[in-house]
Design a binder for this molecule. Structure first.
Ligand SMILES: NC(=O)c1ccc[n+]([C@@H]2O[C@H](COP(=O)([O-])OP(=O)(O)OC[C@H]3O[C@@H](n4cnc5c(N)ncnc54)[C@H](OP(=O)(O)O)[C@@H]3O)[C@@H](O)[C@H]2O)c1
Length: 257
């Protein structure tokens, strides 16, 4: 029988979201659980994750949390094992945890800050793909969603580490899509503009920056995490079965001019 519903369902899917306890990751987790997916949220702070999971209890999908430092391989291995043991094989991987250390003039960027940024923003995503994609291939498909940034498309002033790590994540998205397309593993990136979260308060609490944003950005305000979550819902779903290797910019038009 033909379904008359236009609502996207993720029922029966298992999703793993790094950085899922707050901000954009939490908005995606909520959207997925509302659509029926079982979701594991993971980051360093157990109390934040636990509170987020409690908030989402009662939605159609179940939400489980795992404390995990994205820069530690053994913790990522445990995260994947616990996700599979709790909800079964992973269908959707959202590489959302991100960091921005070493903001400032490029000539002052230290080796440590550059490496740390790449460890979280690129290496963790690569490691999680290595831990999950072979099983997606075995099972006939899956969806990887990388939360990059418009800073990976246009240079963000005095953010050498952050901008280059996000540019690398966008390129990895395209490379992985090319490699895994024949296995029906789709890989896409989301590039948000300025969204009001803890992470970005340096910008949205800066009146001079906000004045510039209001003067130049077509939709002249910061975004909300839930405004990023809808594209993540689509990309996770079977409705996106012909969508891969792309970078979806959701930025209030910031990069349009
Ligand atoms: N907000 C924006 O304007 C904006 C714009 C473009 C792109 N983004 C991207 O969006 C993603 C989510 O950021 P957000 O804005 O939602 O900020 P947020 O609310 O501060 O969330 C960042 C998340 O990453 C987790 N995280 C950071 N370092 C981690 C580590 N070492 N191990 C595990 N988890 C870690 C944090 O959890 P713990 O602290 O508990 O570890 C937190 O859940 C990031 O990749 C960011 O680059 C944000």
């Amino acid at each position: 029988m033909l379904s008359m519903s236009t609502a996207i369902s993720l029922a029966g899917k298992t999703a793993l979201i790094t950085g899922g306890g707050r901000g954009i990751g939490k908005a995606i987790a909520r959207r997925y659980a509302e659509a029926g997916a079982n979701v594991v949220i993971a980051s360093r702070k157990a109390e934040v994750l636990q509170a987020a999971a409690e908030e989402m209890a009662g939605l159609p999908g179940r939400v489980h949390w795992v404390a995990c430092h994205a820069g530690r391989l053994e913790q990522l291995e445990k995260l994947v094992a616990e996700t599979e043991a709790t909800f079964g094989p992973i269908d959707v991987l959202v590489n959302n945890a991100g960091t921005n250390v070493g903001q400032g003039p490029s000539l002052q960027l230290t080796d440590e800050a550059l490496l740390k940024t790449f460890e979280i923003n690129l290496l963790a995503a690569h490691r999680l793909c290595r831990l999950t994609v072979p099983k997606m291939i075995e099972r006939g498909g899956g969806s990887v969603i990388n939360v990059a940034s418009i800073a990976g498309i246009n240079p963000q002033r005095e953010s050498l580490a952050y901008s280059t790590s996000k540019a690398a994540l966008i390129m990895a998205t395209r490379l992985w899509a090319v490699e895994w397309g024949k296995h029906a593993v789709r890989v896409n990136a989301i590039c948000p503009g300025l969204v009001e979260t803890d992470f970005s308060q340096f910008f949205w609490k800066n009146e001079a920056f906000m004045e510039h944003l209001r003067a130049t950005q077509p939709i002249a305000r910061v975004g909300r995490p839930d405004e990023i979550s809808w594209i993540a819902l689509y990309l996770a779903s079977d409705e996106a079965s012909w969508t891969t290797g792309q970078c979806f910019v959701i930025d209030g038009g910031a990069t349009a001019p």
